[in-house]
Every structure is written in C-alpha cells, then in structure tokens.
Design a protein around this ligand. Sequence first.
Ligand SMILES: Nc1nc2c(ncn2[C@@H]2O[C@H](COP(=O)(O)OP(=O)(O)OP(=O)(O)O)[C@@H](O)[C@H]2O)c(=O)[nH]1
Ligand SMILES: [Mg+2]
Length: 409
Amino acid sequence: MSESEPKKRGFFSRLFGLEQEQPKPAPESVAEPPPELPDAAAEPAPEAEPDAPIAPDLLIGEAAPLPIAMPEVEPEPEPEPAPISPMASGQPAEPSPVPQPKRSWWRRLADGLSRTSSALTTGITELFTKRKLNAATLEDLEDILIQADLGLATSARVAKAVGEGRYDKQIEPEEVKAILAREVESILTPVAHPLTIDATKKPFVILMVGVNGSGKTTTIGKLAAKFRAEGKSVMLAAGDTFRAAAIEQLKVWGERTGAEVVFGQQGADASGLAFEALQKARANGVDILLVDTAGRLQNKAGLMDELAKVVRVIRKLDAEAPHAALLVLDATVGQNAISQVEAFRETAGVTGLVMTKLDGTARGGILVALAAQFGLPVHFIGVGESVEDLEPFSARDFARAVAGLGEAA
Ligand SMILES: Nc1nc2c(ncn2[C@@H]2O[C@H](COP(=O)(O)OP(=O)(O)OP(=O)(O)O)[C@@H](O)[C@H]2O)c(=O)[nH]1
Ligand SMILES: [Mg+2]
C-alpha cells in the first residue's frame, strides 16, 4: 500500500453491499470452448488427466532443470489453525455467519507474521539480554536471521549494522529489533510498488501464475473483491482448465464478487480460453480481466509451455497484454521461492510478485531475500484465507511487523 493510503478500507463489507452498483451488464458465461481458436491456440491441448494422483513434486520432472514445484518444505512447527475456516477443497471460505470484530490490516499483518516475528524476537531477546556485543553474538544473530529465511546477504547486512560502533558494549534487544526493522525496510522500499491499473487499457489484463497450491485462484478472488469494491468491472478467465474443481472454485469467487467468469470445458486449451475471455472483456467494456492458470501439469516443461502459449495468444489480440503477470508465491516454501522466481520470470514475463500464506510460516523473511536478490515489485501480501487478508505491500509495515515492533506512528 502506498504509505499515504488509509490502512483499513473495509472492502469486505462494501463488497457484499455491492450488488446495487454493478457497473456493467454481465455477459453470458461460455459453456463451451471456443470453436475457432487462433493459430497458436490450435496446437493440441495438453493431455489433461485432472484427477490423476500427480505427486506435486512431479513438476520437477525428469527433464526439468530447476527444482520448482511443491518443494520440500523445511520442517517447522505445524501452523496454528486458521482463524477463518480452512478451504479443504480450495473453495473460498464462507463469510462467518457470526459477526467477528473487525481487525485492522495492521493487526492482521502483525498476527499473520507473528510466527516469523516471534522466532526472530525470541532469538534476539535471548541473545542480547545482559550480554555484551562481540563477534560471537553477531554470528549467532546472523544464524537467527538466516533461519527466518532472510537470506545470507541480508542477514550479514543486518548483523553488520547492529555491530557498528557497539563492540564490547551492551545493546538492548529493542535496539536490535529497531535496527533490523530499519535495514529490512530499506531493502523492501524499492520493491514495494502498488499495482497500478492503467485505465486506458480496457481491459487491463492480469495473468496469475505460480505452482500448484500457491494461492493463485484465492488471490484472484481477493483481488476481484478489491477491484469491485473500487467500482471497477471485473471478468475472470478460468484458465486452469486442468482440473474441474479449479473452474468451480473460480465460479464461486465470481458469484461472490459479482465478476463474470469465462470458462470452458475441463481439458480445453487454456490459451484459447484466455483469448476468448479477452475478446469478451473487450466487447463488454470490462475494466479488468484476471486470468487464472494451472499450477499443475504433467511436468514443469508442460506448465511453462502452456504459460508461454497463453501469453503469445493473448498478445495476438493486444500486443501489450498481459499488462501485469503476477507470480504468486507461497511463503511457507521458504528458499524454494527463489527457484520458482527463476523458473517463471522469463517464461511468463513476470512483472510483479504476490506472496501468500505469510501467516503459515516462521520463515516470512523469504520476502526480504527475494527483494534483495531480484528486485521485482512486490504488489500484495496475503496473511490468511479470508478476502480481507490480502493488502498492498507496505515496506514499513512489513519490516516493523517482522521485527516485532508496533505500528508505525
Ligand atoms: N493461510 C493462508 N492460506 C491461503 C492464503 N492464500 C491462499 N491460501 C490457501 O491456499 C490454498 C490453495 O490456494 P489456491 O488459491 O487454490 O491455490 P492455487 O495456486 O490456485 O492452486 P492450483 O489451482 O492447484 O494451482 C487454499 O486453501 C487457500 O485458502 C493465505 O494468504 N494464507
Ligand atoms: Mg487454482
């Protein structure tokens, strides 16, 4: 979020009061795949065996050079049960029938990041309480930071900043936390860009990519809710044609957000579907088209080919589209997020990142490591399953929450 924007916009409540302000007549959903597809789309569709028991790590595939895919998650304590009922089937969480007290975005962020921040602050407090600073304590500090996945370079940078001018002196844990927040903020500030929707692009096309389970479809739903609450018309393209459940999941989000969903049959060609959705969105004067994609295909090469083809085919209609290609990364995969960025960046022309599930890990520092290594814009972060748990990324808020400090004055 840009620092000047209000922190809490209460879009959830506005969303569900939105029906009366539907800005555009809704075009009809597509029940069938397009009969005529553009050249590239006429290539044979990938063999979809949607419900075949494909192990997530198959994305690595034998021919795949990069270990993307659902990575081996480092063992860490089980996440606390989500405050909102989890979506075992991937279906959007229903709004709770019992009115919950509203939590500000800061509260959600701080609570969501609490596993990361408590790992850091407990370590820092134990390390610096009544101890003088020396090379050994700084090395231990670096270890604590590395364990939170801040990355080697950032961890060394923070430890150096803490050490400056303080050797053989006592330093309070609070001071260490403040230095940590300052350094993290300065690394994150250059990447904290709001996603700017250029209203002259109609529709503004946003392609969502990422490995299976990273949170693409949920993030599309959350973004659709945000855009609708801003009075924009939104269309969703069910480009994950691999699984029937994926199409259903997107339709539920469409209903909840008042966004038209363009879908084809399971197993239909994803690029053809995206092409048709863009045609429809244009014809109907839709403001924003969000294109969902599969995260899981037979192997990584198949997934990358499909994404590249979706981009190619969309460009036949609009040479500048997609106007944003957002890579959705699950924070709980830790360091594996780095190879995911490397794998998707070129193929899908990734323009920015969204990091989800920061509430499910003690390794939220990975976002800092990514910022330091790639410098790709970070647009949004997710700290829970509910529609309110996604917000534009603020470097200062994130840095303070991670370091266990209070909300910036
Ligand atoms: N705790 C938590 N869960 C999240 C967050 N974002 C998404 N999820 C959950 O992650 C699970 C997977 O999300 P999806 O949106 O279905 O992921 P996907 O990338 O579309 O997955 P595929 O369609 O299989 O490629 C769902 O149960 C979501 O509710 C988040 O920020 N926090
Ligand atoms: Mg999905």
